[in-house]
Design a protein around this ligand. Structure first.
Ligand code: TTP
Ligand code: MG
Length: 363
């Protein structure tokens, strides 16, 4: 059953995670730090003992320093630890650079943190490992940072993959290797398994994916409630969670330029009709709505007029309605003779489509 479900799930998912992100950025910008144990955080000696470690480079990690550790404790574990204060503006700017690269590969991007995201590259014809290699190359060219990447047919396996060969590694988990990969996995590496769950598993004598696989769904539910189901499917390398595209666009629109100027109102109306249905199709595909509709008109003399209408509630996605709005603006701007070279329709003030509770009765 699980194998059948897996085989049906032929998506191409990439999980990307920059290695020791803040620390790697600081080492890139000051190479003297590379050989030293480095923590990003406030130096406890300069801040009355306050501060926590945001992240540490791999030299410091070997000495036992890790994220979220108190700075004093970190210094105790590693007395020659060097502290560099975090520069969040810098990390945000680099994160934006990296996200721009993601957009070269797909529009289906789920950001998880500044340095981490899932990409669904299913619609790209190239193989997922090729795309992952290209992605790593682009990130290196653009930022001189290394990342780890996991490639598989679902998000859980992609994430497990990127964690598998850190730093600077690539792990591809295709269908025929997925079950073995999960069977071999230590129980602590399953998603959502924290200290408490781990303790329960220890008592039950469950050490790895193989042991987990042998547990019945009913038993897992008894011990772990609804999380038991999650574990049951993880043990079968099956997970259907979609890559949730949270990168909402600023605007969605379309323009048409005409080689021969339009001189007829009816032709203009027909052209708007065509634009409106394309824009509506695009909005519907992305499940978006807009509160501002902008109409753009350019004539033969290159005179351009743009006019927007903004409502407090989103516009309905109805091409006929949009064309009526566009023609109202058109008639205002071009009362008489016309020679139209360009028409455009754009939605902005974008929001996601949601089901709205509608009262059936007047209040
Ligand atoms: P992570 O990707 O979890 O960690 P990392 O990139 O430093 O190391 P690696 O991926 O190689 O294991 O987090 C990304 C950044 O987020 C990290 O560089 C610093 C910040 N961060 C915190 O500020 N506090 C934390 O507790 C964690 C985990 C991360
Ligand atoms: Mg990281």
């Amino acid at each position: 059953m699980a194998e059948f479900l897996q085989a049906k799930d032929n998506r191409k998912i990439i999980h990307v995670d920059i290695d020791a992100f803040y620390a790697q950025v600081e080492m890139r910008d000051d190479p003297r730090l590379k050989k030293l144990p480095l923590a990003i955080g406030r130096d406890p000696d300069k801040h009355l003992g306050h501060g926590v470690v945001a992240t540490a480079n791999y030299v410091a990690r070997k000495a036992g320093v890790h994220s979220a550790m108190g700075s004093i404790e970190a210094k105790r574990a590693c007395p020659n630890l060097v502290f560099v204060a975090p520069d969040f503006d810098k990390y945000r700017a680099i994160s934006a650079q990296i996200h721009a690269i993601f957009h070269e590969f797909t529009e289906m991007i789920e950001p998880v943190a500044l340095d981490e995201a899932y990409l669904d590259v299913s619609s790209n014809k190239m193989s997922a490992p090729t795309l992952a290699a290209k992605l790593r190359k682009r990130i290196w060219e653009e930022t001189h940072l290394t990342c780890s990447v996991g490639v598989s047919y679902n998000k859980v396996l992609a994430k497990l993959g990127s964690e598998h060969h850190k730093p600077n590694g690539v792990t591809v988990i295709p269908h025929n290797l997925a079950q073995d990969f999960v069977w071999e996995l230590p129980i602590k590496d399953f998603r959502g398994v924290g200290a408490k769950t781990l303790e329960k598993f220890e008592k039950l004598g469950i050490k790895d994916g193989r042991d987990l696989y042998a547990m019945s769904q009913d038993d897992l539910r008894v011990y772990f409630g609804s999380f038991g189901d999650v574990l049951y499917w993880q043990a079968r390398a099956t997970h259907f969670g979609p890559v949730k595209d949270r990168s909402i666009r600023q605007s969605v629109g379309k323009e048409n330029t005409f080689e021969f100027a339009l001189h007829d109102r009816q032709v203009v109306e027909a052209a708007f009709k065509e634009l409106a249905s394309k824009v509506v199709a695009n909005m519907e595909k992305r499940k978006l709505l807009g509160r501002t509709l902008t109409v753009k008109i350019r004539d033969d003399d290159f005179h351009t007029s743009t006019k927007g209408i903004t409502q407090s509630v989103p516009f309905e996605l109805d091409p006929a309605f949009m064309v009526r709005q566009a023609m109202l603006i058109f008639d205002e701007a071009y009362p008489d003779d016309m020679a139209i070279r360009l028409l455009g329709l754009t939605f902005s003030n974008i929001e996601e489509q949601k089901y709205q509770a509608v009262s059936l009765f007047e209040q």
